[in-house]
Design a protein around this ligand. Structure first.
Ligand code: ATP
Ligand code: MG
Length: 251
């Protein structure tokens, strides 16, 4: 069987879909297309924000911008550059973007597990009958010196339970969050079905901030799951596989 599940690359399109429904608004960090006016507005409003390719993947070409006493500082991978003027920052970001389209997004201060920042992947898949199910939650634990937690940026895949145990949250919070994220995953699936046909699977990248608030950083329509093979416990991987077989994702 051929793999068939719709994919939409543009993070801007997918964010707009969510924002049309009031239910999701509190989960989406402010996101704007990159231009000089929006860059100034981000600098006015936030101490920390992200500059990321509209059609990017794998955590590549993402720059974090932080305000400093003297202006601001950008960070790409582990390379930091300081700026004293917005015009100078704008010029450099524009040059870096080249012909690619970019977004600006409010930065979420990721909660930490044993001192390392993490975010959560919620895997949502359709059953044969066409109902959305949140089949797996796992976490990506990042290198504190980098701006992205992605596996191919040096991040480590961990189970949700283990990561939450290493975070500074109360034990009652973990099952609550799990339930909330699984419901959120199903709701996103239904929302996407209203905008386009053919989705069979989705992967939500969710960050939790230090105040325990979950935020949707982005929605993947072709979520990678091979990093899960690195986990000792293969049950999540096998569960995703069994759902994926009916839409041809796995042979
Ligand atoms: N607004 C943000 N606040 C905090 N961290 C962010 C933010 N946006 C991105 N990041 C970090 O960068 C990582 C990658 O960002 P994102 O998932 O948006 O792009 P991508 O990984 O390149 O896309 P894909 O998941 O499709 O491969 C996130 O998992 C997170 O660690
Ligand atoms: Mg991602």
């Amino acid at each position: 069987m051929k793999y068939k599940s719709t994919t939409i690359k543009s993070k801007w399109t997918k964010t707009q879909w969510l924002l049309k429904d009031p239910y999701f608004q509190k989960y989406v960090p402010r996101t704007l297309p990159f231009n000089k006016k929006n860059l100034s507005s981000m600098l006015d409003d936030y101490n920390n924000f992200f500059f990321k390719p509209t059609n990017g993947s794998g955590g590549k070409n993402i720059i974090r911008i932080r305000k400093t006493e003297k202006g601001c500082q950008s960070q790409l991978n582990t390379t930091k550059t300081s700026y004293s003027s917005t015009t100078q920052l704008y010029r450099d970001l524009k040059r870096f973007a080249g012909s690619r389209s970019y977004l600006l997004q409010k930065g979420i201060r990721l909660a930490k597990s044993n001192g390392k920042p993490f975010d959560i992947r919620v895997m949502v898949q359709k059953t044969r009958l066409g109902n959305w199910v949140s089949t797996a939650l796992f976490t990506k634990v990042g290198n504190p010196n980098k701006v992205a937690t992605n596996y191919n940026q040096g991040g480590t895949i961990r189970t949700f339970g283990k990561t939450m145990n290493g975070a500074d949250f109360s034990s009652t919070y973990t099952p609550q969050l799990e339930l909330e994220l699984k419901r959120l995953g199903v709701a996103v699936g239904k929302n996407f079905d209203r905008h386009h046909k053919g989705f069979q699977e989705l992967g939500l990248d969710v960050a939790v901030d230090s105040k325990r608030k979950p935020w949707i950083l982005e929605l993947n329509t072709r979520p990678q799951i091979y990093p899960l093979k690195a986990l000792k416990d293969q049950s999540l991987y096998n569960k995703i596989l069994s759902y994926g077989k009916h839409y041809g994702r796995f042979k």
